[in-house]
Design a protein around this ligand. Structure first.
Ligand SMILES: [Zn+2]
Length: 655
């Protein structure tokens, strides 16, 4: 199929025709990022991570698995059953990047991967290299753990990306043939089961949006409706919650089970709502969101308190050291909150995206773009016991001095890559009256509001280091339109001016400043969010962080690392002073340029415990303390100078 069909393309989600979306997504080309915090990261992603990812996929056997499946080489399948999905996520990232700017090297890498996929596809459309390389291949025999539909979902998302970013239909043809095969196997009157790992639901909904084929919408709804039969028993002994089969989706009120599965499913359910408008779906998703925000969310946006089952814990069960906080769970949270934002128009969903993005997701890749955390703990003890991924291969048993290059279960690295490559998609949306700015980065944003009326805005900001956001109207029309700008939850006293005049009574709606007027070219809107560093306390029901403080400045959560402190190796003995000011300092040469924060605190000498762990509370001892300055760095940068002790939550000095 020629790749010369250049139709306008959207980003990963297209709600432009979704009848029940509150806001419509812009086309991918409508937002282009300019020099700033994120473009530095994305250049590393484009120039280093994507090429490195290709080499890792080669090394881990992902491409060979497809070759064995197609019969072009002999050998044994390597790795987990879902290795194809890593290729698909990587391809999706490459598509978004090439959509921004051509790249011959990435293009030939992608061609290579697509040819292998095409060669491995069976005449009936089925493709899964793990199943096809079995001695007697039997598709669809282990839906609970086989990940066949999960892999299909990632193939579909990559295919949609190639279509939207490049007008390249090669993968879409492959994906549609596979989706049609799936439609012939599953559905009313056919097999009535779902995949143990949700993912295909949101992919099929996007395929429906891309192709207009109603059978893909029907199939997505069918898979969503299969949930809650209690027939999937869960990996090991984790129960049906692990596979999201414990309750029909319309009845859920709590986030449980495997966190990535839970959040991918929620994304599909929210997408389905935006197409069908079924109230029970969005009501269930609102209950789920409330449960997470009120009882199961880490300050970093991390989700999943338990290593066992990679799962959500009980309410308020949020340990800082043995937590899971998988990178993919934070990415899934961002994807789901994006869909909730599109469905509802409520800014607090964008707040959740921001929290996950600047903290948990950004903490995964090392600054060099070639090493990734899978699990993102909020504390590392002196003993440096660090879990690196779900199952530790022998090479990862010992604590490394940096993030691992890749993982046996390498779901996270290419997930980071595809999110970074498509980030511009999440900046802004539109409705019939105007434009909404959800996230802040230097960018040009422009589209046709109504036939003949073009809007173009230029956003300038040094976010997340500085709180000033300056929007310049570059192009407008004669009619009034509405500019909505999100006010982040952490911003306590935002000040807004238009052409130098402060707007005294800000019109706020659902977390946004709403500015409705006839704009003129060169109008300047200046928003000052204020970025004073602040201490954060936690709900006392979170026993793990009771009586502790964390530091946050703007959207960025901070941590202290052993190596920056005046007394080394003693993070367990640190306490922090709440009543002294936090001092910020720019460090251009540290960790690719950061703002660090200095706090007052003390070391507590614990020698008087005489080697004991416990004693009567009435024991007459006066604590011996030593005042110190504490130095905090952005949490996302931890572990880039060797891996030592680290903590986000610090006990507060009392008494
Ligand atoms: Zn992952």
């Amino acid at each position: 199929m020629p790749s010369d069909i250049n139709k306008p393309g959207f980003g990963p989600v297209n709600t432009s025709q979704s009848p029940h979306a509150h806001w419509k997504t812009l086309e991918f080309k409508d937002v282009s990022l300019n020099e700033g915090f994120w473009t530095k990261k994305f250049n590393v992603n484009r120039k280093i991570s994507l090429r490195f990812g290709f080499e890792m996929l080669k090394k881990a056997g992902n491409f060979d698995n497809l070759r064995i499946a197609s019969g072009s080489i002999k050998g044994n399948y390597r790795g987990y059953v879902f290795l194809d999905s890593d290729i698909y996520k990587w391809l999706e990232a490459v598509a978004w990047e090439m959509g921004k700017e051509p790249d011959n090297e990435l293009s030939s890498m992608a061609d290579h991967a697509i040819e292998l996929i095409a060669a491995a596809q069976l005449p009936n459309g089925y493709i899964n290299s793990y199943v096809q390389t079995r001695e007697s291949p039997q598709p669809w025999t282990d839906l609970d753990n086989g990940h066949e539909l999960y892999c299909a979902g990632h193939l579909i998302q990559a295919a949609v990306a190639f279509c939207r970013a490049l007008g390249d239909l090669r993968l879409l043809n492959i994906a549609c043939r596979f989706a049609d095969h799936i439609y012939s196997v599953f559905g009313p009157g056919k097999r009535q089961e779902a995949c143990g790992h949700p993912e295909i639901e949101m992919a099929l909904l996007e395929l429906y949006r891309e192709t207009g084929e109603a059978r893909y919408l029907d199939l997505a709804k069918f898979f969503i409706d299969q949930r809650g039969k209690n027939i999937m028993k869960g990996h090991r002994s984790y129960g049906p919650e692990y596979h999201q089969d414990h309750l029909p989706v319309r009845q859920v009120s709590e986030a449980v089970g495997h966190s990535v599965r839970q959040l991918y499913l929620a994304s599909g359910v929210t997408d389905l709502y935006m197409e069908t408008g079924e109230q029970a779906l969005i009501d269930a998703m609102s209950r789920l969101s409330k449960d997470i925000i009120e009882t199961k969310l880490y300050i970093t946006g991390g989700m999943g308190a338990r290593f066992d089952g990679e799962a959500f814990g009980d309410p308020y069960e949020l340990p800082t050291d043995q937590c899971y906080c998988e990178t993919c769970a934070a990415i899934a949270s961002l994807m789901w909150n994006w869909r909730m934002l599109l469905a509802s128009g409520e800014g607090h969903f964008a707040d959740q995206m921001e929290r996950a993005l600047y903290n948990n997701i950004l903490a995964s890749p090392a600054l060099d773009g070639q090493h990734y955390f899978y699990i993102n703990p909020l504390m590392l003890r002196d003993a440096k016991y660090l879990r690196l991924s779900t199952d530790l291969p022998p090479s990862e048993v010992f604590i490394p001095d940096k993030r691992p290059e890749w993982h046996d279960c390498a779901c996270c690295p290419p997930n980071v890559m595809r999110l970074f490559s498509s980030f511009a998609h999440y900046l802004a949306t539109r409705d019939a009256n105007g434009i909404q700015i959800h996230h802040f980065a230097p960018a040009d944003i422009g589209y046709e509001l109504t036939p003949g009326q073009f809007i173009k805005l230029n956003m300038m900001t040094e976010y997340p280091w500085q709180g000033q956001i300056k929007l310049r109207v570059v192009e407008t029309g004669n009619s009034a339109w509405t500019l909505s700008i999100r006010i982040p939850e952490w911003s306590q006293h935002p000040i807004l001016s238009i052409n130098g005049e402060i707007v005294k009574e800000l019109k706020l709606g659902k977390g946004y400043i709403v500015l409705d007027r006839v704009w003129k070219a060169e109008d300047i809107i200046n928003l000052e969010l204020g970025m004073e560093p602040m201490f954060i306390t936690s709900n006392p029901r979170i026993d793990a962080t009771r009586a502790c403080l964390a530091i946050q400045r703007g959207p960025i959560v901070y941590c202290i690392e052993d190596k920056d402190q005046e007394i080394k190796g003693r993070l367990l003995d640190i306490e922090i002073e709440k009543n002294q000011p936090l001092i910020t300092r720019e460090e251009d040469n540290l960790l690719d340029g950061v703002i660090i924060i200095e706090a007052k605190g003390q070391f507590v000498k614990s020698e008087d415990w005489s080697g004991r762990l416990y004693r009567p509370a009435t024991f007459p001892v006066k604590a011996v303390t030593h005042p110190v300055n504490l130095f905090a760095i952005p949490y996302y940068t931890w572990g880039n100078r060797g891996i030592g002790s680290m903590r986000v939550w610090i006990p507060e000095i009392t008494g």
